[in-house]
Ligand binder design. Structure first.
Ligand code: ASP
Length: 418
């Protein structure tokens, strides 16, 4: 008798996501029942375990992939171009996203007409941890470098990235003298990627658990008052992910959206369910390398950097939310103030770690940069988990598109000048 053939992993993930949303609704329809109580517990456990597994491989993956990625760039004909193209792409894509956020918030004015007293209670209970621009910069810079062992043990992504970058540059400078260590790290990376492929087999179940819990625990009453804002943010984030980024990809590389989305589906669904670019990173790298066919040296360099530095969805959200808060409080932001929002939103997205609701913390800085009340974050917090799904998905998409674009530009320098 022939063995049962399971559908492809891609299909399993889509099925898991749909079943999770359906199950979440079923839990919501039967509150206080054993079914929803036990079901939510099991879903939370499975989803939590899946995220724990991804986090388990995250730090070794970031360190080995960035260090060996840079070392391998030495063999790349145009190492400097890879660096340049990566940074130029990150900035361009984030700036486009921020402008789109500002533009849609200006056009649709989602906060106009909403009664601010509606939120008075939540604002009274909010204690804003004041984070001025100077404090934010100091915090960011002081967090860049630390004892790498402590950083890795505490799961601190940014200092691990910095240490890996420096070790990678060390490999390039020392050349053949560090060949043994490079081989060792390359072999470690190989093993970590193998673990990732095992963890991926659990992705359909993990995503089912995460989405069931997310769907069951959202409060629909909160969404009515903020419906227009949610629609504007989700609509413009999706427009960036479905139109702007794929168009950029097509124009630079000729890769069409169908091929891209087929190859990136696993990472995008995982980002949606986990709300964390960092937790999704192992899967992002796998999709970039295996499904989208990006060469190892670039697929192991651009996504790990992008997971912390390149967040289009977060930048777009922060810009749109600042304008929303201005509308709510009746403040009219001048063009110059909107430019300040644009810059701080870009910086805030670079500084935000790839974890759930990180954008909410850096949001305080964007509000304060133009004198808006930081307490307004309390209005946005209850709906943040929902909005985080879409923005994290676009954050991760931007890293995969960036890898394809950098690969194209670094391979053909002439193309960049057109
Ligand atoms: N959750 C987002 C991410 O991991 C960050 C954010 O909160 O905007 O990419």
């Amino acid at each position: 008798m022939s063995a049962i053939r399971l559908p492809s992993l891609n299909t399993q993930i889509v099925l898991g996501a749909s079943a999770g949303i359906g199950l979440g609704y079923a839990f919501r329809l039967t509150p206080d029942s054993n079914f929803s109580g036990n079901g939510l517990f099991v879903c939370g456990l499975i989803g939590g375990l899946f995220v724990d597994l991804l986090k388990m491989v995250l730090i070794p993956l970031i360190f080995t992939s960035i260090a060996t990625g840079i070392a391998n760039l030495r063999a790349h004909a145009s190492m400097h171009r890879v660096w340049q193209c990566t940074l130029v792409y990150f900035l361009t894509a984030t700036a486009l996203a921020t402008l789109l956020g500002l533009l849609s918030a200006n056009i649709f004015a989602p906060g106009a007409g909403i009664e601010v007293t509606l939120f008075q209670q939540s604002m009274e209970h909010f204690d804003p941890s004041h984070l001025s621009l100077e404090e934010f910069f100091t915090h960011l810079l002081r967090g860049l470098f630390m004892n790498p062992v402590a950083a890795m043990a505490q799961g601190e992504v940014l200092p691990t990235v910095m240490f890996a970058l420096l070790v990678g540059i060390g490999f390039v400078v020392s050349g053949e003298n560090s060949q043994h260590l490079l081989t060792l790290l390359t072999e470690l990376l190989h093993i970590v990627m193998l673990l990732v492929s095992w963890i991926m087999k659990l992705a359909p179940l993990g995503i089912l658990g995460l989405l069931a819990k997310l769907t069951a625990t959202q409060n629909p009453a909160l969404f009515t008052g903020l419906g227009k804002f949610i629609a504007v943010v989700v609509g413009s984030t999706l427009a960036h992910g479905i139109i702007v980024l794929p168009l950029l990809l097509y124009l630079v590389t000729g890769v069409g959206p169908r091929r891209f989305f087929r190859g990136s589906r696993e990472a995008l669904t995982t980002a949606l369910a986990t709300c964390s670019s960092s937790a999704t990173l192992p899967i992002t790298m796998r999709c970039t390398e295996i499904q989208l066919g990006v060469s190892k040296d670039i697929a192991r360099f651009v996504p790990p950097l992008g997971a912390t530095l390149n967040m289009d969805g977060t930048a777009l959200y922060e810009a749109a939310a600042a304008l929303f808060v201005a509308d709510l409080t009746g403040a009219e932001l001048s063009l110059a103030q909107q430019v300040v929002v644009c810059f701080t939103a870009i910086i805030a997205s670079i500084g935000a770690p790839g974890i759930p609701s990180a954008g909410m913390v850096t949001m305080v800085m964007v509000l304060q940069s133009v004198g808006l009340p930081a307490e307004a974050v309390a209005i946005l917090l209850p709906i943040d988990r929902l909005l985080d799904t879409v923005r994290t998905m676009v954050n991760v998409e931007g890293d995969m598109i960036g890898s394809l674009i950098v690969q194209r530009l670094a391979a053909n320098p002439d193309k960049n000048t057109s």
